[in-house]
Write a protein that binds this ligand. Sequence first.
Ligand code: ADP
Length: 199
Amino acid sequence: MAWATILDYDSGMEKRFPNGNLLRLVTGDITSIPADAIVNAANSALAGGGGVDGAIHRAGGPSIMRELDRIRASAGGCPTGSAVATAAGALPARWVFHAVGPVYRDGRRGEAELLASCYRTCLALAEERKAATISFPSISTGAYGYPIEEAAPIALREISAHLESGTGSVREALVVLFSKSDYEIYGLALAGLGGEQLE
Ligand code: ADP
């Protein structure tokens, strides 16, 4: 059941897997693109912040933070490398998955595995809810300082592995890059995985 489709975006870059599943890169604002599930780059306190987190709360409205308040009260927050789900308020989605990426220090403190774990957790949350489409921002590469050249292949490998295995509900994943230069870096990483530039 595809509640929303993100197939209408005609620019960007994509990789289609033999089973028909699709991974697509676009530039834009993740809060304005419909998807069943939108991923947020949150912090472990689930307290809201700047960057994509601020944009999601602004566009989604206060109901998202109210739900996070309840999660915080019962669970105390969310560990790095994991994610929690809320409804999506006024966003063009059913759910927001608030993923807590690692703060990058020197690359030797498990950052790569923690980053990969964010993507895996969100994809598992999507499967539990039978979501068909999911959109991701570039987790950890803003305020958390993860070098985007290192983060891009990790993100795309995890998403690709999930789409390729292909027996679940997720048919399409979108990575929404906030700048042309971020898009180009992800594009190079996707080309390394066999992705194609679109007209
Ligand atoms: P983190 O703390 O995980 O690094 P940030 O929100 O600071 O999270 O940055 C993550 C990425 O999200 C950055 O590349 C940033 O440019 C991008 N970003 C910020 N706002 C948006 C938005 N509205 N849509 C998509 N990406 C966004």
